[in-house]
Design a protein around this ligand. Structure first.
Ligand code: GLA
Ligand code: ZN
Length: 673
């Protein structure tokens, strides 16, 4: 077992190539003093490593690594394949990607590469081999990050001839015969039949409309292409550096690559966490989404993960975000640990004076003099270090699984139905309901084993296969509580509408309902009556109404407006030893609360405790030991109460139940307490 990552808990992303050599030693010593144990290097410095074709220069890296090593700091190397150098692009402009409008994108940013191009792959293989051979025996190098944020900036690129050929081969492998392929894409529509796979195009901009089946395959192909591009590099590194760990820095709910697939052959998944967002587009206090990112990353491999880039200052390229308040950066890092991070690496060590990211602030400001951010994070590493080794490898032991499927996400991004309907947001809405109740959650693939979960929430199960339907039947049969929603069982795996039954198709029997009609709520919400609270008038259906006929289920809520007033909107059905809830709309907050109250009770799910808004309660478990985290993510004092609080030993923090702004408490106990 490779365990070269053991014992590493705090790190930083460092770019020695941006600074004069005379500075390096000061940096290393400041890092050491701050509690930094590991540094990521090199992920964009292709030109520095190979300034001319085939002429490798690792001398500067050797020097930087040796210096860090003298300060007892270990190294992760990034393969710099997200930034092919100018000499390569000039020599082979065909490695530049082509966008959907047929334009070749230029040099000058990053990710200006076509990942299918055989010539580009040859250069990648040569460089990665040279790196792996060179660094395999270096005792300071412990692991690798492949490329950087796959899918970032790749937005459905590339549409070049090489990608076209790869797409054709991918389709041929998937469908075998051109007849099956034409049927799967429904090419009879608008005369889109193909006589051979060689006739298929990449989906460049059309005069009008797209084939949803073609677009689904294209998105899956792009994901597979990235996975394959990563695997080439992994194979090389495994061969020369069998003891080193390999990871990749994922981006939460970004969807260009299926992270479950991408993580399969990695030692662990990593994530880049920026609560301050990019260019101020996100709200500043984003705790729930950040928590979801972390739970998602843990779910890629069902194992603890690393943060490879943790916000270390104000974010921004041309436009900037707010500056984190004193205490906020450490609270954000602690949030990662509370959700299963075994190591947090801060991006970046020092604010850069050159290039695109001059205003993406580091631990050190431009001046290089340690300031408040350095002092704060240093205090945090000192405070947490004693507990990090023990925590390492522990997991939250969730009893709730939320199904996240890249295929469903792709299908909804192709046809969102309602202009504001978004698969990820829908999944996050259900997540938020559990988050606010302090109930730990895993995100699961629809191919995962559900038997550990008492409650499975599967929003928008739009594309349905027999296997998946059987799985839901079996889960409820065995006593699970299942929540299904609108737009379930609509299409087959090829994104073609099924027509053999009323919706939700084969799942009708499981839900005890039939959706006889539906309405897209473009301009108004529809009032709903929650049957146990008939008078209140605070429940709404939004974006969509499934008009439901009961076939054995019980109605929990009914519409109050429109021609379908009085018909069911939310239902509950007993199936086998389990219960199946069906929510035929995007429920308003109160409606969702009411349904989830009932589902949680039916599943016997317990919350970790009660807390003020902005406080997070979470837990990790390992070998019979349990840690409970209470973290105040706000700048105000806040309270909380965990079950049987007096019994728990406070391993970190001040006064039980009361948190100062951005304060963390950690309780420790034995399972069963
Ligand atoms: C991403 C990248 C980094 C850097 C930061 C800030 O997360 O991985 O290289 O670009 O964003 O923009
Ligand atoms: Zn291409």
């Amino acid at each position: 077992m490779r365990d070269s990552f053991k014992g590493l808990h705090f790190g930083t992303d460092y770019y020695p190539e941006h600074w004069p050599r005379e500075r390096w030693e000061t940096d290393a010593s400041l890092m050491k003093e701050m509690g930094i144990q590991v540094v990521r290097l090199g992920e964009f410095s292709w030109h520095k490593m190979e300034p001319r074709e085939g002429k490798y220069d690792f001398g500067w890296l050797d020097e930087a690594i040796a210096l860090l090593g003298r300060y007892d700091i270990q190294v992760i190397l990034g393969t710099p394949t997200a930034a092919p150098p100018a000499w390569l692009v000039n020599r082979h402009p065909e490695i530049l990607p082509i966008d959907s409008q047929g334009r070749r994108r230029g040099f000058g940013g990053r990710h200006h590469d076509c990942q299918s191009n055989p010539l580009y792959r040859k250069y990648v293989k040569n460089l990665v081999t040279a790196m792996a051979v060179h660094f395999s025996e270096n005792p300071i190098v412990k692991g690798w990050q492949i490329d950087n944020e796959f899918g970032n900036a790749h937005g459905d690129l590339c549409m070049c001839d090489s990608c076209r050929k790869s797409f054709q081969e991918w389709l041929q492998k998937k469908y075998g015969s051109v007849e099956c392929f034409n049927a799967a894409w429904g090419t009879a529509f608008w005369s889109q039949e193909y006589n051979s796979f060689e006739e298929v195009f990449t989906p460049r901009i059309t005069v009008t409309g797209e084939n949803p089946s073609a677009m689904l395959d294209w998105k899956c192909f792009c994901s597979d292409l990235i996975v394959d591009f990563q695997q080439i590099q992994i194979d090389i590194i495994r061969r020369y550096c069998p003891e080193h760990f390999i990871t990749h820095n994922c981006m939460g709910f970004a969807d260009k690559v299926n992270y479950y697939d991408l993580s399969k052959t990695l030692d662990f998944a990593s994530h880049d966490q920026y609560p301050g967002g990019f260019y101020g587009k996100m709200p500043f206090e984003n705790n729930e989404l950040m928590a979801a990112n972390l739970d998602m990353t843990r779910s890629f491999k069902k194992q603890p993960f690393w943060i490879m880039e943790q916000q270390a200052g104000m974010t921004g390229w041309n436009i900037m975000g707010r500056t984190p308040a004193p205490g906020q950066l450490s609270a954000w890092a602690e949030q990662c640990v509370a959700h299963g991070a075994d190591c947090v690496v801060f991006f970046r060590w020092r604010s850069c004076t050159v290039g695109t990211e001059q205003y993406w602030h580091g631990i050190l400001p431009h001046s290089g003099r340690p300031g408040r951010r350095y002092a704060e994070l240093k205090e945090m590493t000192k405070r947490l270090s004693p507990i990090m080794d023990e925590l390492s490898g522990s997991m939250p032991d969730s009893r709730v699984g939320i199904v996240f499927s890249y295929r469903q996400e792709y299908a909804f991004s192709i046809q969102p139905h309602h202009p504001d309907l978004n698969y990820v947001n829908q999944v996050l809405m259900y997540y938020g309901e559990l988050y606010k109740r302090s109930i730990p959650v895993d995100f699961v693939q629809d191919t995962d084993d559900f038997s550990n979960y008492r409650l499975v929430i599967a929003p928008l199960q739009y594309l349905m296969t027999k296997e998946l339907a059987d799985k839901y039947f079996a889960y409820a049969e065995a006593g699970g509580t299942l929540v299904l929603t609108m737009r379930t069982g609509v299409k087959d795996e090829h994104n073609i509408c099924m027509c053999d039954r009323e919706l939700p198709g084969v799942l009708s029997d499981l839900c005890g309902i039939e959706v006889s009609d539906y309405d897209c709520l473009r301009d108004a919400d529809v009032r709903v009556t929650w049957e146990e609270d008939r008078e209140s008038g605070v429940y709404y259906a939004t974006k969509w109404s499934d008009i439901i006929t009961l076939k054995g289920a019980e109605a929990l809520a009914c519409y109050r407006d429109e021609f379908y007033a009085g018909t069911p909107c939310v239902t509950e059905n007993a199936y086998g030893m389990g219960r199946v809830f069906y929510i035929g709309t995007e429920p308003s907050e109160k409606l969702l609360e009411a349904v989830m109250d009932r589902a949680a009770v039916s599943a016997g799910i317990r919350s970790i405790g009660r807390k003020d808004p902005g406080v997070e309660l979470s837990r990790r478990k390992k070998d019979g030991k349990v840690w409970i985290f209470a973290l105040n993510l706000t700048g105000r004092p806040a309270g909380y109460e965990i079950g049987e609080q007096q019994k728990w030993k406070l391993a970190l923090g001040g006064q039980k139940g009361m948190l100062q702004p951005f304060e963390l408490h950690i309780y420790q106990g034995e399972e069963g307490e």
